[in-house]
Design a protein around this ligand. Structure first.
Ligand code: NI
Length: 128
């Protein structure tokens, strides 16, 4: 095991909405992703999903019992989407994020809208 530079990890790929697994903590993955534009509405039935914005800005649409709202995460912000909450990430500019979620968690959740061409439905890829 050696330290991993997030800068190097992020420089090693270009595909958007396609997380890379940089390390794991017990049964959780630490993943990084490059994102821009819209993801899709989806729900993780069994797990919360943690976001940290490394660069850029991430918006997350949330459909909650009280209605729909959007949270805005500038660079350096964290947010956890609770399990069972339908959500749709959106990045208005090129953005880099770090995700923390159980190994095997699918990017598009357990229930989701049709997956657009530009979104990778994956449980995360290894770093090259
Ligand atoms: Ni999600």
């Amino acid at each position: 095991m050696e330290p991993i530079s997030l800068t190097t990890a992020l420089a090693s790929f270009t595909q958007q909405w396609s997380p890379r697994i940089v390390t794991s903590v017990n049964d959780y993955d630490v993943r990084v992703a490059k994102v821009e534009g819209e993801h899709l509405w989806h729900t993780h039935h069994h797990t919360d999903e943690f976001f940290l914005v490394l660069t850029g800005e991430l918006h997350i649409g949330l459909r909650e019992p009280a209605g729909e709202r959007t949270v805005v995460l500038p660079k350096g912000s964290v947010f956890t989407v609770p399990r069972g909450t339908e959500h749709k990430p959106y990045a208005p500019v090129p953005t880099e994020i770090l995700l923390f979620e159980p190994t095997g968690t699918l990017t598009v959740g357990d229930r989701h809208d049709p997956v657009p061409e530009h979104v990778d439905a994956t449980t995360g890829h290894s770093l090259a």
